[in-house]
Design a protein around this ligand. Sequence first.
Ligand SMILES: Nc1ncnc2c1ncn2[C@@H]1O[C@H](COP(=O)(O)OP(=O)(O)OP(=O)(O)O)[C@@H](O)[C@H]1O
Ligand SMILES: [Mg+2]
Length: 244
Amino acid sequence: MGEQKSLLEVSDLRVSYGRIEAVRTLSLKVGAGEFVGVIGSNGAGKSSTMRAIAGSVPPSGGRIEFKGADVTSLPSYEKVARGIAMVPEGRMIFGNQTVRDNLLLGAYTRIGHDKAGVAEDMERALSLFPRLRERLEQLGASLSGGEQQMLAIARGLLSRPKLLVIDELSLGLAPKIIEQIFPILIDLNRQGLAVLLVEQMASYALAVTQRTYVMENGSILLEGPSQELATDRRVLDAYLGRRH
Ligand SMILES: Nc1ncnc2c1ncn2[C@@H]1O[C@H](COP(=O)(O)OP(=O)(O)OP(=O)(O)O)[C@@H](O)[C@H]1O
Ligand SMILES: [Mg+2]
């Protein structure tokens, strides 16, 4: 793991909203093809970190490198073009557009000049999530929460990412749906896609990821192999609901 070349390298990141400092001097790495988790309590700054990585909020300090290039302040469409796709908290599906159009939004940088490639990627995404195929012409708003999450992931895949950033995969979803989606992510990761997953359900995150960062108050409190953190007393007490 330690020998993996870093795909994403975040150093001393700061994110502020006016006077609120949501992230302060946060550093994290994701290796090529790695599956990395981020856990932490509400308001710890997880979403702010992911938004900065994806380019939807500008960092107020620090550096973000992707594939060795400085991408710190690039807007999200340029980060998408370089291979960073984001599944945002709340999924951000367009309710008044069809599932097909929501999916195609993921490919908007290529749609004009690579129709065949986009069709191929669409086919691949639909074979991962067959429920979406049956619903291609339905409006986004008509999908269940689980289907909307599948759509948000599929839309991300349509940009052919090297890194998929997912903010709160399981939020509001039934365990049965969560257990359908995780194996798909694990498969995608085995095929070489790096995944950075923010997950409120720490037990899931620790079970599927290779390494995990624990965030508190805008920075990293702990990090390590997920298997080790799963038995760390501090993690057990704070995030796995164990009492002793
Ligand atoms: N758009 C915003 N404007 C002002 N403050 C914000 C904004 N977004 C987040 N914050 C603040 O920044 C801090 C970190 O929020 P953030 O959403 O990044 O945390 P989080 O770890 O994702 O929390 P949660 O687990 O609830 O999703 C919080 O204090 C929050 O109130
Ligand atoms: Mg959040």
